[in-house]
Design a protein around this ligand. Sequence first.
Ligand code: SF4
Ligand code: SF4
Length: 305
Amino acid sequence: MSEKIRKGRIVNIQRYSVHDGPGIRSTVFMKGCPLKCMWCSNPESQKTEEEVIHRNSLCIQCGSCKEVCETDSITVTDEGVQINRDTCITCGKCAEACYTGTLSMVGSLVTVDDIMDVVKKDSLFYRNSGGGITVGGGEPLVQAEFVRDLLEACHKNGWHTVLDTCGYGSAKKLKMLLEHADLVFYDLKHMDSRKHKKITGVPNGKILKNAELISSLDIPMYVRIPMIPGLNDDKTNIRKTAKFAKKLKNVKQVNLLPYHLGGLGKHNNLDREYPMGDLKAMKDDDVAEAKGIFEKEGFKVEVGG
Ligand code: SF4
Ligand code: SF4
């Protein structure tokens, strides 16, 4: 009997990435995340299932999608299309019928070999630039067995690997992925567990414990802090975050990620309300002050990335 080949659900593979770790990289975005960060700029990666997504700026209101939809889930308006997510069965017929590219399906099932066929095209770039493969999402821990296989396959090819994780998952699964991770990108969103739950949907206990686990294994880590005005950018939280990071022995760099409006359009594309409303971007002075707090603790700090 033939062995069943494991498949993973991905959002996409981004080639020639220069912001997801050292050198030139390919980044694999896994689908599915246990958090629901209010400012999420990749909401299409939150659900584990396949979804239909629309970019209404391309829509010419021809109605072909509506004609083929058997569940009557599509409304065509002057602004483009709207999809009733409660009745949509993600059959994909509308995306097939839309020749303008307004509609597409996100979340294809692939094998590790499928991914390798894409990323190996750039192996020369990885070697010459000190780059490699980054696996993020969504959250890689949601599909831990598949991601383990993927990272292992990258190492077999001699490529550097980055695991980009929010840290919310079992220690056992995390350890499995860390066996093939050369560098970890680790998000710290709030040091107060109650507030963490309010802004991400989950408490932070598991996340802080897993950060200590990675430190104990001495795997290099970049701590990444999304800075969201009014949610986690107050000085008390920044100072507490810096103190916590200081206790970890493996932090090579801190990245401050000031809030931007990138998530707004993507929420619209999924017919979801954007929880941040019309929140403005971070002020440069506030970012500089946070940078100073981390630098005072001895960290190398980058803004963005
Ligand atoms: S989404 Fe595509 S098929 Fe549907 S109305 Fe717009 S252009 Fe036509
Ligand atoms: S994916 Fe299928 S059910 Fe959903 S809106 Fe498109 S055609 Fe209708």
